[in-house]
Every structure is written in structure tokens, then in C-alpha cells.
Design a protein around this ligand. Sequence first.
Ligand SMILES: NC(=O)c1ccc[n+]([C@@H]2O[C@H](COP(=O)([O-])OP(=O)(O)OC[C@H]3O[C@@H](n4cnc5c(N)ncnc54)[C@H](OP(=O)(O)O)[C@@H]3O)[C@@H](O)[C@H]2O)c1
Length: 302
Amino acid sequence: MRVFVTGASGHLGSAVVPDLLANGHAVIGLARSDAAAARLTAAGAEVLRGDLADLDRLRAGAEASDGVVHLAFRHDAMQSGDLAGAAESDLAALRAIGDALAGTDKPLVGTSGTGLLGQAGLDRTGTEADTLPGGYRIDAENYVIDLAGKGIRSSVVRLPIVHSDLDLTGFPRSLVGFAREHGVAAYIDAGTNRWPAVHTLDAAALYRLALESAPPATRLHAVAEEGVEFRRIAEAIAHGTGVPTRSVTAQEAPRYLGFLAHFVALDHPASSTRTQALLNWTPTHPTFLEDLATPHYFTVTS
Ligand SMILES: NC(=O)c1ccc[n+]([C@@H]2O[C@H](COP(=O)([O-])OP(=O)(O)OC[C@H]3O[C@@H](n4cnc5c(N)ncnc54)[C@H](OP(=O)(O)O)[C@@H]3O)[C@@H](O)[C@H]2O)c1
């Protein structure tokens, strides 16, 4: 397949693009800067220059392809507090891609997060069958699923925390930064809340499998570990940075965990039993705590 990949230059993209190329696909990667374009060219991808806001470009990329993987997200807006703006850009991009693919039966693989299950108030491990009617990023997930009714083989990959030495700017690095800044690796209350996790290379393989063969309107969980207790994550960060751990209250959390306080508080164990059976996907790469035991997350990159 000739695959249009948005977010091709990001953390997930840096694994998805090589995985697609290594498995016989061609890639058109969206790039908004010279640096991103150069990285994609070096990886062996074709480049489509443009921003997420260039909806005509997104339509052109989708029309020129046999399928689309949508990874781009305005994390800069999200981190500066403009959650609504980031989510609206995401929806606008998906609408443009959806317009271009409607009636073609081509695949579109969208991206969501298992974090939404934390808002579902479940008292059990979340599954691919759990859905929410709407909300931040949930509207985009539901939009992609509904595109199956417009002749698109659409699916959504819900990502947990994604880790590996390909991760240069994700949540683990922010947690390390907050630990260094405040001199403690904080967790909330007893720290028994759980984050599911996946290695980047395992997640990339799932995106390819979804593109190749997920049935229409399929929600998938890229979950390798159902739930890592946050206290264990804080302990690994304390070990890597040489600071102590500290239990903080939910009220104190923003002081120690900044914009991540809300995410750190989530307890959202998630399973991928259905995903693994449906697409014959088996995660094989290191666990989150194994990755946190290497120097990668504790070295300065810029
Ligand atoms: N990593 C995780 O743990 C995790 C967990 C749950 C969900 N997700 C979701 O998975 C997706 C991929 O995440 P990631 O970790 O790969 O993120 P990332 O490393 O921040 O990469 C984001 C990508 O989006 C591109 N992008 C951002 N704003 C853009 C714009 N205005 N126009 C064009 N491209 C733009 C970036 O391009 P540049 O290279 O030019 O910056 C980059 O290629 C996102 O939707 C993210 O929210 C990730």
C-alpha cells in the first residue's frame, strides 16, 4: 500500500514509518519543517510538506494514498492549556481525510488514548468495547469509528503510555524533568493507581496490522502491560534521577507534577485481549519499568 502518515516525524511516526517500509509499503509522510522532511527522506519516505491546518494538503495526501495513518496532534497547544484548540484541529484534520476517503473502502487508522477509560468510571479493567458518548479526544475517536458508515475501513488505536529509546519528548521525560525541578519523584496518595503501557515498536506493528486488516469500525488497544502502579514508575524515576519519592495529595499534585497532575492521577488499567486475538498481535519488546531502568530517559537530549 501507499500510505499517507500524518505525524510521521514524531515519536510514534519514527517507528510506524520504518515498520511500514520494512513490510513492503510505501509512505507519504506529512512534514511541516525542513528538519522533519529531511528525516523522512532519509528514512525512505516520500514527503508532503504541510501543516495540520492545511486541510487541502491533508485531502491531497489522503487522495494520493491507498490508506491513512493519522498520528499528528498539536501537543504544543495541549501543553499550553489549549485543549479545545488541539482537539478541534484534530477533528478538522480527520474531517478532511474522511472527505477524501469516503466511498473508497480504503483504511484509515486514527489515534486515541486509553486515558479516556479513566473518565468512564469503570471498576474493572477497560476493554476495546468500552466507549464514551463524547468529550476531549473522544469525539475524534467516535468520528473515526462512524466513518465506517461512509465507506471507509476505519479503525482507532487507543494508546497507553508509549515508551522506548525513540521517545524524546513524551510523558516519561516530563516526569523526569519535574522530579529534577522539584527534587522529588511524586506520586499521588498511595500511588496504587495504574497506567497501561506499550513499547513504541510494538505499537508501530499494531498500526500496520490495523491498516492491513482491521475490520471497519474497530477500536484497538495497543496495550502490552495492563497496568503499572504509578508508585513503581515514581520509584524508577527516583532511582534514575537520584531524588527521593514523595506521596502528595491530589491538591498538591499540580505543584510537583505540573500539566501532568491530571494524567498522573488516572487509574485506567486496560486489556488488549481482543486486539491480540483479532489481529494476531503479540507485544515482544521491553516493559516500561525495564526501559526506565536504562539511562535513556535520564540523559539530556537538547
Ligand atoms: N506517546 C504517547 O505516550 C501517547 C499516548 C497516548 C496517545 N498518544 C497520541 O499518539 C499520537 C502520536 O503521538 P507521539 O507521541 O508520536 O507525538 P509527538 O512525538 O509529539 O509527535 C507529534 C507529531 O505531530 C506533528 N505535528 C504536531 N503539530 C503539527 C501541526 N500543526 N502540523 C503538522 N504536524 C504536526 C509533529 O510534527 P513535528 O515533528 O514537526 O513536531 C509530530 O510529527 C498523538 O495523537 C498523541 O496524542 C501518544
